[in-house]
Design a protein around this ligand. Sequence first.
Ligand SMILES: NC(=O)c1ccc[n+]([C@@H]2O[C@H](COP(=O)([O-])OP(=O)(O)OC[C@H]3O[C@@H](n4cnc5c(N)ncnc54)[C@H](OP(=O)(O)O)[C@@H]3O)[C@@H](O)[C@H]2O)c1
Length: 178
Amino acid sequence: MRKVKLYIAISLDGYIADENGQIEWLTGFPNPEKTDYGFADFIATTDTTLLGYKTYEHILQLAETYPHPEHTNYVFTRSERPAAPHVTFVQGADIPGFVQQLKSQSGKDIWLVGGGELNAVMLEHDLIDEITLHIMPVALGKGRPLFSGKAFEKRFKVVQTKVYASGAIESVMLPDRH
Ligand SMILES: NC(=O)c1ccc[n+]([C@@H]2O[C@H](COP(=O)([O-])OP(=O)(O)OC[C@H]3O[C@@H](n4cnc5c(N)ncnc54)[C@H](OP(=O)(O)O)[C@@H]3O)[C@@H](O)[C@H]2O)c1
């Protein structure tokens, strides 16, 4: 079965964006190695992306159209949305049922792009099969959490770590569902 993989960067206090949903703290972080943090290799393992509407909206502030037109891209929303290039809006869906069905189809892995609201739904329903987290050495104080919404406890085991010259810590984790 294809995997759902969350690949995402957080501040050291666990936020994926500042309180206004902006990520300059991340995109502007010094990158002396000029690394892509493994992104090109990662995305090559996937052919589908999953996004919450707020993340999609933010990406469109940064790019004219959704930047992965070669992927099949699903944006979850509770509202009626006009059709847009390269994405399919999934409205008021049973997200767990929809994703289980996607996972059972053939294809490459599925990139869970985020953000925190969608991540929380996916985590609550044990739908995340792998996490690649880049922890950036910057605190924000406030912001949009990596998992936002309900409280729950889910454990992961770390299978790989790497430290970049920027100080970012990459941690690859698999669910520990015992
Ligand atoms: N640091 C990183 O690497 C990274 C990665 C990804 C995203 N981000 C940032 O994360 C921020 C957005 O995260 P977020 O947590 O605020 O929002 P989000 O998860 O991206 O999107 C939330 C929206 O998704 C829809 N949604 C959520 N739960 C749903 C459900 N059960 N059924 C149907 N639709 C549902 C709703 O859309 P409607 O309001 O349309 O109903 C909701 O408003 C952005 O600013 C983005 O830049 C950062």
